[in-house]
Design a protein around this ligand. Sequence first.
Ligand SMILES: [Fe+2]
Ligand SMILES: [Fe+2]
Length: 263
Amino acid sequence: MPTLAMRVMRMVDDPSVSGRDLERVISLDPVIMGEILKLANSALYSPKFPITSLRHAVSYLGLEVVKNLVMMISLKSMVLGDEDPAVEEFLKGLWVHSAASAIVSRFIADSSSSPLDKEDAFVCGLFHDVGKLLMTKFSPQEYMPIVERVKKGEGGFVEVEQEEFGIDHCMAGAVVMEAWEMPSHIVHMVKQHHIKSEHPMTACLALANLFCATWGYSVTPLEIEIMVFPWATQVLSLDGDQWEELSQNAKMQIEEAKEILDI
Ligand SMILES: [Fe+2]
Ligand SMILES: [Fe+2]
């Protein structure tokens, strides 16, 4: 994780840190600053008046949201860019999936009757497949054949990764996130995100993955993601009408954020 993102993460966890302190650190990187202003003005956060300064963005969004946006921008800059066009295309697809999952998970958490923190859901959605991003980025020769096997229907990512790598993307992601000193409850959710537990956050992530696969923001075939439907809707107590409404509204959220996020 880039140094600035790590610094911002630690600062926001420290109760003595103020918005001004955060603003001073973020303003060291004009690219991140510009991206935050773009996101703050997007339909995702729909301000009543245009947000024109970082100070305004921090006071409107709050420290936690600004931190999450810094993580999102940093993750993108960290993983994109590879000389091999096939690897770059797959990384771009994964980035789009991660950003879309963050938006949809936040929306599901906000709309659900389950006690889910929407900013936690955003971070879980953003990082749930970070293991895939990093395995592709740092071992493309080993990881791209896994992608081919999944495409051919030889299994889901988790089982093919375990066969080929001896570790799946859930565990790999969790190990790296621990090294980045990310909050333990988020790391736990990433580690568990393909397990059908009773925890509403895993159901939220599974539904976000299903929505993303339905609308083409995924690298996983829809027939694999659809299998979570009965379990995840039951854990989140969603009936057919609520599901349909959530699906349409979540789709709109991604469409509105598409240009801003470059997805
Ligand atoms: Fe996953
Ligand atoms: Fe995913």
